[in-house]
Design a protein. Sequence first.
Length: 171
Amino acid sequence: MNTLTALRTASLLVANAARVAGPAPADASGARVHALATRGIQPPRVDPAGVGSLFSVNHPDANQLRVELMERVGREFGFELSDFDNSAEMSAAIREAMRPLSPAAVAAIEKDLGLDELGVSLGDVVEAMREPGGSADRKLTEALREKAGLRTPDAERRVSFDEIGRYHPAH
């Protein structure tokens, strides 16, 4: 069989298959919805606004909120996270700076930072900085989640994050 005969045979086979199958629907997804609807099955409804907010880069993340709060706490005492190797070192510097403060001064700082509204203390935030993944860190993260209206997904219950957002299995 020469090449021209094989090409002609393949062309006829494709044309015949298309003729038997009938015209293709203009919209494949529309055909699927129509097929489901004719069997009495309704396709699931999706809220486009919900999908957009779920995958948006502007969607609040509890870890991001936690890091931003820790940076604000550091700035309150004149420190930048970038000046330290890790958050534990900055936590030690903040603890040292807190020693001479009166309880009233600490309460004023907590109010300025909005910690009173979160239901956490300045000590909780500093402890969360010292020990990422510890009990104070979990308390802070849950308070931030609640404030931002975020749910705790199953996957996040099984992992925890360090001070710069890297994750590892939860303890």
